[in-house]
Design a binder for this molecule. Structure first.
Ligand SMILES: [Zn+2]
Ligand SMILES: [Zn+2]
Length: 126
């Protein structure tokens, strides 16, 4: 029983890792394609456990809740054409939290930045 639960959890985690960023619906659709035996309840339960274990987190992108596996801190770029979400590494944007003057920088514990544009793929640039 324990082994089976662990396996299911790994499958949910690996599926999310493969997709990169996915809404609950997209994740369910992907898992069901490969594992038709997974019930909705199973998938929901495993997403919740993975979130509680801080292996997965929910981020709001463009008003939509998506899940991703927890990696190094990063920001997001969303293509307005294809909807693809790309990760942007903190070192790629020079930005100093200590320079924020409208609020005390000590009072900031997290930040979410989403960039929007049209990606290279959609522009046909390689
Ligand atoms: Zn695109
Ligand atoms: Zn991400």
């Amino acid at each position: 029983m324990i082994r089976r639960n662990t396996n299911q959890r790994n499958i949910v985690f690996d599926s999310l890792e493969y997709l990169g960023h996915a809404s609950t619906e997209a994740l369910i659709e992907y898992i069901n394609k490969n594992h038709p035996d997974f019930s909705l309840a199973t998938i929901y339960r495993n997403i919740k456990v993975l979130t509680d274990e801080h292996k997965v987190k929910k981020v709001k992108l463009d008003g939509i809740d998506v899940y991703e596996t927890i990696k190094q801190k990063h920001y997001h770029y969303k293509c307005m054409e294809c909807g693809e979400i790309y990760d942007v590494k903190p070192e790629e944007i020079a930005f100093d939290m200590s320079k924020i003057s409208s609020v005390n920088s000590d009072d900031i514990c997290d930040c979410d930045i989403v960039f929007y544009g049209v990606c290279h793929k959609c522009k046909g640039v390689n």
